[in-house]
Design a binder for this molecule. Structure first.
Ligand code: FAD
Length: 412
């Protein structure tokens, strides 16, 4: 509270760091003040009430570990080193979202230090307008010092893993995936990854470095039901490997960590899609055949289910019509690869745009997409701007995908 007051009084540029994962890099700043929340790492689980109180420096892996000790979880993302704070404030989705909604949909209350330096509690009955804005409005409304989440019974063992296919029949496989996704029960989530094969032990050496199509799968329910639900996906093509089995949910939550280690240069581009049209599949496969570096990947995440059964205006997160999200993770280690990697991404982004909804997930936006901010908040932008004027009229919290206060309130 004092630090926020100090920043406001001295008109300092102010950055707020949760897990430090955001691609736009707004968790740090040059020549300003950084509120680093990473030492605040407590997770307190009440298994009887099925709630968790989580401090803002906690990572997904830390939260999962504590909640899974009781066979509980809330929907989070797919990379265990991501921060709970930034993920939840932007929406937050992963393997459990089709069954239980977004991370933000499972937020019960939050403690917030506002731009005035006051501590408020925000929930359905207290400061409910602030609570609405926190669930998708990013870091625009204050520093959240504590999150309270609803938990659900999950696992602790879940049917999950990868089916790896050669790239040659990618378009046909994606068309099959489209049908599987349309009929999938909420318990089943299948994401697609197009990339070059890493040297995974279950892949033959001759495949390493070659383009592949991967179905990444998680079923949140009984094993036998999951195996039945997976039959249509397993009937597609002739995979190189099928490594789906029962494993601890907390372990599956770390499965992608080795592909997303720190130290690389990153540039991301993202679109939401209501459907995967034939034209989109053509564009995706033609670009995936020309990946600029071995670490680049095109991710297609599956939404739908519970994420879309919430009204657009129920929370600040507006993308309740999206059934798929594309995130192009462009990664390179050598500076010399920068320009052609970025060019490849921008071209893919431009050519897939005609097939997209026009919306974009705020947490996937790079720093240079300031012209897309209104697409991130969609139909909820005007209400967010009015609440920004109420809670942060001088835009102290502006190192984020920034909502401009609609009316500047002047002190009496
Ligand atoms: C490898 C990787 C995988 C990912 N996978 C997923 C995924 O599966 N699903 C998904 O939904 N997202 C995913 N994301 C995106 C992720 O949701 C965002 O990067 C998110 O912003 C990370 O939160 P953080 O706390 O780590 O980030 P930070 O960079 O620390 O914070 C991001 C922004 O949030 C705000 N903020 C952070 N903490 C607070 C706080 N306590 N109070 C107020 N404002 C705050 C600040 O504006 C800050 O600039 C992924 C990101 C990466 C890098």
């Amino acid at each position: 509270m004092r630090t926020v007051q100090f920043a406001r009084e001295h008109r300092l540029l102010l950055a707020v760091r949760g897990g430090g994962h955001n691609i736009a890099g707004n968790a740090v700043c040059e020549g300003g003040l950084l509120i680093d929340l990473t030492p605040m790492r407590s997770v307190w689980v009440d298994p009887a009430r099925r709630v968790a109180r989580v401090e803002p420096g906690v990572t997904l892996g830390e939260f999962d570990k504590e909640a899974q000790s009781f066979g509980l979880a809330t929907p989070l993302g797919i990379n265990s080193t991501t921060g709970v704070a930034g993920l939840t404030l932007g929406g937050g989705f992963g393997w459990l979202s089709r069954k239980f909604g977004l991370a933000a949909d499972n937020l019960i209350s939050a403690d917030v230090v506002t731009a005035e330096g006051k501590l408020l509690q925000a929930n359905a009955t207290e400061n409910s307008d602030l609570f609405w804005a926190l669930r998708g409005g990013g870091g625009n409304f204050g520093v959240v010092s504590s999150f309270e989440f609803r938990l659900h019974a999950v696992g602790p063992m879940v049917l999950s893993g990868l089916i790896v296919h050669p790239f040659a029949r990618a378009k046909e496989l994606l068309a099959g995936y489209r049908q599987v996704a349309a009929k999938a029960p909420d318990e089943l989530t299948v994401w697609v990854v197009l990339r070059q094969a890493p040297p995974l032990p279950f892949l033959p050496a001759e495949v390493h470095g070659k383009e592949i199509l991967v179905f990444a799968v998680c079923y949140t329910g009984e094993e036998a039901d999951g195996k039945r639900a997976l039959e249509p996906l397993r009937a597609l093509g002739n995979p190189i490997a099928d490594v789906i089995g029962m494993q601890p949910f907390a372990a599956w939550q770390t499965a992608f960590d080795p592909l997303l280690t720190s130290g690389a240069y990153n540039y991301w581009k993202s679109h939401n899609f209501a459907e995967l049209t034939d034209g989109l599949l053509d564009t995706l496969t033609s670009h995936a055949a020309r990946l600029p570096t071995p670490e680049c990947e095109i991710f297609i995440g599956q939404f739908g289910g519970a994420t879309n059964r919430v009204a657009v205006d129920a929370t600040a997160y507006p993308h309740r019509n999206a059934n798929f999200v594309m995130n192009v993770h462009t990664r390179w280690r050598d500076r010399a690869d920068a320009q052609r990697s970025i060019d490849w991404t921008r071209k893919l982004f431009a050519e897939t745009a005609p097939h997209a909804t026009g919306g974009v997930y705020v947490n996937f936006m790079p720093e240079d997409e300031t012209d897309r901010v209104s697409s991130a908040y969609g139909a909820n932008y005007a209400r967010l701007a009015a609440l920004k004027a109420k809670y942060d009229p001088d835009n102290l919290f502006r190192l984020n995908q920034n909502v401009q206060p609609s009316v500047k309130q002047t002190a009496a």
